[in-house]
Design a protein. Structure first.
Lengths: 668, 372
């Protein structure tokens, strides 16, 4: 069929037909192109003047409107980070004919330092010529007035209002909330340029940094008509920005204040956590700094003062520096002994003042000369008997020790909602293998049993472990932000489910260790610290040595000031023991003894917390039995009659109306 | 076996490089055009070397494809045609099933290393298929042939319009229609077909997306909605109009480089060109385009057989559609549809597919009739 068709095909005629069609087509195309050109003639010649005028005189530009940054509140709605209006000097590079001349001329009107010029030049390179670039932030009234008079000399420059950050509590929350800083060249590479158009600040540290995404919001824009000088003539259209979300911390500002004051300026840190949900109730690092200085660029002199201070105020000790935990690890180790079935509560060890590894020369001391005699687990915790824990650690072996303590969160990040947490050191074969070519020695296991040797923990890790234990083994990642709120809406709680199943398999194990820790307060190393305290407290002190003993000085010199240079004082505690609601870890960098020096800090934190609860619950229910009877409780505190905590306000977070104004757990 | 193939391939590549059988006037026209495109892009992108480099590398890639394809005899191309057509339509179906959605339309196929629009392939395979179908038939085509060709065009065009990508659908159907036109379809048949299409417009209106309808509405009266849909049209016209007869000079355009004109490196780059080079530049560029199209049609007339003739002519004439639709859109004559200014607009797929089409033309030129 096809063959026949082809044979009939008139190729010559077809070719001629094509020729005609191609020519006709080309003529049509030329006509089409001519029509197009005619349209361009109409636009570019006929209407040129009109369009040239519109182009020259009235240029419409979109201008970004930065979103208002989310505010930060404490759990009761006390403002911790606020936005306040300020003025800055901005430059539209396109409208400045000679940047260099302008920069030198403007210095006579508004003083600029080298940092301003550096930041300006960096941002200038990143921006397009018609986007404005901030030259100086936070102008004083004097500077604004002087610029206003000279404004005619500086086309393309203008004073623009913006929102800057203010931290009303200054140093109190500096390590938690952090601060914002001016966006610099490095930030520009990291940030989404579209989202940060028109924004001059970005979260630099603390929650301001870790919650940057939520706090920032979404920019809007407006279309403005500008004249040849780039000055705005009128706004044609506005697309409002979406402000960032507000954050509500679980910290109560009053507890935070009390915790800071308890240090009286001595370097150290304290962290309080609610064992029931991981909410951080206080987190302090002393000394602190004023975050307000950083917002609009800290002066060189102020910065030098901070960086050269030997107490390192810029360091967040609570989570960024790790120290040997000393005896505070003992209750956790004891729990591990029970959980692994290595120890029964009634098993005893004879403490003679010295413990030697069987078959070796090396010996390790007890704190008490002559030892504590025969001790069982409760008594070993109460007296902090080293020999008991040397032996326990040796029986457990370093691998099981590391695995158990690791499950409590030592040696790794707790997962708190802040960046830059230190991991500390959990002594283990694996850790040592990364540092040393020698294998693991049994002696290292022994000192690991009392929190010495390679051990390093942060106050946050210790508070987290204490809270995990106090919560009967259910681990929660610590959380500073309890709820977030879109502007004009009710705060939505941020869920924080347990990070794993309970670590404690037998409830009786918990009770034994708890009993030991209660005994620490009633008749052990922490005796007397909680005299008169309305709740039953369980705790443990720790006194870690910073240096190894090389002379006999240590044995002879009992001077407190001398010991303080050698020791770090720790205290951990939780209360009420029937149903723990607060767990605290405090560390004093230069404290002589854990209980004497760090213990009172913990007590002050707990007292402030009780005050925010509207007083102790037994105090309300049966005022005549409290404060005298509880501190004189017998040696076996679990028998002490204590009011049940069932009706505590914190247990009913939703029922905020019935509770006194500072409501624990409820949304502000 | 493989050795033989390798050897053949090597010999083929060597021939491509040492003795390219290309039409020098056409190649020269394309080179000038590409240079103009890069210059305009440099200005429109605000001096972005990275964009220039990436566009230039696509030109190089397209140029290499052009050289390769120019070595394939049209008879071989013809024998591949049904497969190429079926394959590209199948790809369209794949896109419809699991393509990537970008800015509201489903056009992209992600191949891991690169993503491309299969609809670009149809710009070439549709005229090929039409030419293949008409090649053995008695010309001018009968009504039956016209209907078959209509179906061959409508299937891919419909799939592409559905993505939705009206610009490409238009280019694909135009390419097929030009082949039909060049085959000598009787004038009265063309007239009645156009009348039928005209009658279909109200029906088509019904099937358009709302945003597409708005584009047409604003075209009729852009000033009625200066901040909404009329925005691009007005700003683009201000850019063109303020250029005047001689333009503001290269890199001195102000209007079109501002933020309000989106796509000022792609679909609206001609506004930048018109602003900076003025009417003189526009006319010069139009002359260049006319020269290229004319050269294509000349190659078509010299072609050896019906298939080559129709294909070459259709490719050349569809080039005009690009220029006319894009130029008309920038000047506010036509609605805003995504058709680039060929070899000037920034964008890889279109540059590569255009140069591939010219590769076919070069191949046809290489196998032209020898005048004795």
């Amino acid at each position: 069929m096809a063959l026949r068709r082809r044979s009939i095909k008139d190729t010559r005629g077809e070719s001629a037909l094509f020729r005609v069609r191609a020519l006709v087509g080309f003529v049509l195309i030329l006509m089409g192109l001519s029509a197009l050109v005619a349209r361009y003639v109409y636009l570019q010649v006929q209407r040129h003047d009109e369009f040239a005028l519109r182009s020259e005189n009235n240029r419409v530009k979109p201008r970004a409107i930065p979103p208002a940054r989310g505010l930060i509140f404490d759990r009761n709605g006390v403002l911790l980070a606020d936005n306040v209006p300020a003025f800055r000097l901005e430059v539209v590079p396109e409208q400045v004919s000679d940047l260099k001349a302008m920069l030198s001329a403007i210095r006579d009107v508004v003083p600029l330092d080298d940092d301003d010029i550096d930041a300006f030049k960096k941002q200038l390179r990143q921006n397009r010529r018609f986007d404005s670039v901030p030259l100086k932030l936070h102008l004083t009234e004097d500077e604004i007035a002087r610029f206003a008079i000279n404004r005619w000399r500086f086309p393309g420059l203008d004073v623009v209002p913006y929102l800057t950050r203010r931290y009303p509590y200054g140093p109190l929350f500096a390590h938690v909330v952090g601060y914002v800083g001016r966006i610099d060249a490095d930030d520009l590479n990291r940030l989404d340029a579209d989202r940060y158009k028109g924004t001059s600040h970005v979260g630099r540290s603390g929650l301001e940094r870790s919650y940057e995404d939520m706090l920032h919001g979404e920019p809007g824009y407006e279309l403005v008509e500008v004249n040849a000088d780039g000055r705005t003539q009128r706004v044609l259209e506005t697309h409002p920005p979406k402000p960032g979300k507000n954050l509500y911390l679980s910290i109560d500002a009053r507890v935070q204040k009390a915790a800071t004051d308890a240090f009286a300026g001595r370097p150290g840190s304290a962290v309080a956590i609610d064992p029931r949900n991981g909410q951080v109730m206080a987190m302090v690092s002393v000394p602190s700094f004023d975050p307000n200085l950083f917002v609009n660029g800290i002066s060189r002199a102020d910065y030098t003062t901070y960086t050269t201070d030997t107490d390192k105020p810029l360091l967040n000790r609570a989570m960024k520096s790790a120290y040997p935990p000393g005896s505070t690890v003992k209750p956790f180790l004891a729990l591990g002994g029970l959980e692994y079935g290595i120890r029964r509560p009634e098993d005893t060890v004879l403490s003679t003042g010295e413990f030697c590894i069987p078959g070796q020369q090396r010996c390790y001391r007890d704190d008490t000369r002559g030892g504590d005699g025969t001790v069982n687990m409760v008594r070993a915790i109460q007296k902090s008997t080293n020999t008991y824990f040397y032996k326990l650690a040796l029986d457990m072996g370093i691998d099981r020790l590391a695995s158990w303590m690791g499950s409590l969160g030592f040696g790794k990040k707790t997962g708190i909602d802040l960046l830059g947490e230190a991991e500390g050191i959990l002594p283990s074969r694996e850790w040592k293998a990364t540092r040393s070519k020698y294998g693991w020695f049994p002696g290292e296991t022994i000192i690991a049993g009392i929190g010495q040797g390679y051990w390093n923990v942060t106050a946050l890790q210790l508070a987290h472990a204490t809270a995990t234990f106090a919560g009967h083994g259910t681990p929660y990642a610590p959380r500073l932000v309890m709820a977030t709120a879109t502007v004009k809406e009710r705060p939505m709680p941020l869920p924080n489910p347990p990070s794993g199943p309970s670590l404690i398999h037998k409830p009786s194990d918990w009770s034994v260790v708890n009993q030991g820790m209660e005994a620490v307060i009633t008749g052990g190393t922490g005796k007397g610290i909680f005299t008169g305290f309305p709740y039953v407290v369980a705790g443990k002190s720790g006194t870690a040595e910073r240096f190894s003993r090389r002379s006999n000085d240590y044995d002879n010199n009992k001077n407190t000031a001398y010991l303080a240079t050698r020791h770090r004082a720790w205290f951990i505690a939780y209360t009420p023991t029937e149903a723990p609601r607060i767990a605290v870890a405090a560390m004093l960098e230069a404290g002589a003894w854990g209980a004497q020096d760090a213990g009172p800090i913990v007590r002050k934190v707990m007292e402030a917390w009780i005050a925010t609860q509207g007083g102790a619950v037994p105090a309300r229910n049966a005022p005549e039995t409290v404060p005298t009877t509880v501190p004189n409780a017998p040696e076996e505190p679990e028998d002490a009659p204590v009011a049940t905590p069932a009706d505590m306000p914190a247990a009913l977070p939703s029922d905020s109306s019935s509770a006194p104004p500072p409501d624990d757990g409820g949304n502000p | 076996m493989i050795d033989v193939l390798q050897l053949r391939m090597q010999r083929f590549l060597r021939r491509v490089i040492t003795r390219p059988r290309i039409d020098l006037p056409l190649a020269f026209g394309l080179l000038v055009l590409a240079t103009c495109g890069l210059m305009t892009l440099y200005s429109a992108s605000g001096g972005s070397m990275s964009m220039i480099v990436s566009q230039a590398s696509r030109f190089v890639m397209g140029g290499m494809l052009l050289l390769l394809i120019s070595r394939i005899p049209p008879s071989v191309l013809r024998s591949w045609t049904p497969w190429l057509y079926a394959g590209s339509v199948a790809l369209l179906l794949v896109v419809a099933a699991l393509g990537q959605v970008r800015s509201g339309s489903k056009r992209w196929l992600d191949l891991g290393v690169l993503s491309f629009q299969p609809s670009e392939l149809l710009k070439l395979t549709v005229p090929m298929m039409v030419a293949w179908y008409l090649h053995p038939r008695q010309l001018p085509p009968s009504w039956k042939d016209i209907i078959v060709v209509g179906i061959l065009i409508a299937i891919p065009a419909g799939l592409i319009a559905e993505q939705p990508d009206l610009g490409t659908a238009l280019l694909v159907s135009a390419a097929g229609a030009f082949a039909l036109f060049l085959s000598g379809m009787a004038w009265w048949k063309i007239g009645s077909l156009l009348a039928a299409v005209g009658g279909m417009i109200p029906v088509a209106w019904h099937f358009l997306h709302e945003y597409q309808r708005n584009r047409v509405r604003t075209l009729l009266d852009p000033e009625s909605d200066p901040l909404g849909n009329g925005w691009h049209i007005i700003q683009s016209q201000i850019a063109v109009g303020s250029g005047g007869s001689f333009g503001k000079g290269w890199q001195h355009g102000t209007q079109s480089r501002l933020d309000f004109l989106p796509e000022h490196t792609t679909d609206f780059i001609f506004a930048v060109f018109s602003e900076e080079f003025g009417l003189v530049g526009v006319i010069a560029l139009m002359v260049l385009y006319a020269f290229i199209i004319g050269r294509c049609l000349w190659i078509a007339m010299e072609a050896r057989d019906t298939y080559s003739r129709l294909l070459a002519g259709a490719i050349g004439m569809s080039f005009f559609v690009y220029v006319f639709v894009n130029g008309g859109m920038v000047a506010g004559m036509l609605p805003v549809v995504g058709v680039p200014m060929p070899l000037v607009s920034y964008g890889g797929t279109s540059a590569v597919s255009l140069l591939t089409g010219f590769g076919v033309l070069m191949a046809i030129h290489a196998n032209r009739k020898m005048h004795d």
